[in-house]
Structure formats: structure tokens, C-alpha cells
Design a protein around this ligand. Structure first.
Ligand code: MN
Length: 129
């Protein structure tokens, strides 16, 4: 436990159904979920809401997930914030490319509940629900 405080996860996704699905998987497992629908909104939410973890879609309006993640990772005080890519690119070799872009991990779409929960748990270290 984390002093009774739920780990806060920012879900950045422009697809309504994907956002609902991920939100449900996480809230049912004891996480607090906050949401953003664009790359710019993601940056604003990271700064104002200080999540413990970010789940970032790659294809987003305004600013894509790669650019938003680069911005977050270059921002003072946010370098250690784990950012996990949510992407449909499940071809062989893509995981290396995703990690090379600065993401800390990768969850392929369509999202499997157990895979998502395993990655989230691994990323949060001792901050578990
Ligand atoms: Mn998208």
C-alpha cells in the first residue's frame, strides 16, 4: 500500500472506446484514472495532476504520443515519470523502436487486461493499489 492513496494513472487516448476500456480495467483494480485526449492535454495533465504513470497512445491529435513523451522526458522534475506506449504496432521489432523513442514500456493493442495490469504493476514499483 501507498499510505492508502491509490496510484494515479493518466490515460492518454483519443479513441473513446479504448479510453473507456482501459479506464475500466484500471479502476476495477484499484487505480485512480485521469484522462487526456490529445498530446497537448497530456502534457498539461502531467504538470498539473502529477500522475504516477502515463499510458500514452501514439496516434493523437495536436501532438502525437512520441512528441508528447519526448517533451515530458525533457522536462525538469518529470524524467523519472514512467510513460508506457499503447499502440497497435505489434509487428516484430516495433518494441525496440518504441523503447528507442523514450518510452519505458509497451502495451500492444488490442489491449489484454492481464498484460496491461502486469506492465502497470511493474512500472509502479512499490506504488501498488
Ligand atoms: Mn489514437
Amino acid at each position: 500500500m501507498n499510505g492508502g492513496k491509490k496510484p494515479r494513472v493518466l490515460v492518454v487516448e483519443d479513441n473513446f472506446m479504448n479510453k473507456i476500456l482501459v479506464k475500466e480495467m484500471l479502476t476495477l483494480n484499484g487505480y485512480e484514472v485521469i484522462e487526456a485526449g490529445t498530446g497537448r492535454e497530456a502534457i498539461d495533465m502531467v504538470i498539473s495532476e502529477k500522475p504516477d504513470l502515463v499510458l500514452m497512445d501514439i496516434h493523437l491529435p495536436e501532438l502525437d504520443g512520441v512528441a508528447a513523451t519526448r517533451f515530458i522526458k525533457n522536462k525538469e522534475g518529470f524524467k523519472e515519470l514512467p510513460v508506457v506506449a499503447l499502440t497497435a504496432s505489434a509487428m516484430h521489432g516495433d518494441e525496440e523502436k518504441i523503447l528507442a523513442e523514450g518510452f519505458d514500456g509497451y502495451v500492444p493493442k488490442p489491449i489484454e487486461r492481464q498484460k496491461l495490469l502486469d506492465v502497470v504493476k511493474a512500472m509502479l514499483g512499490d506504488k501498488k493499489p
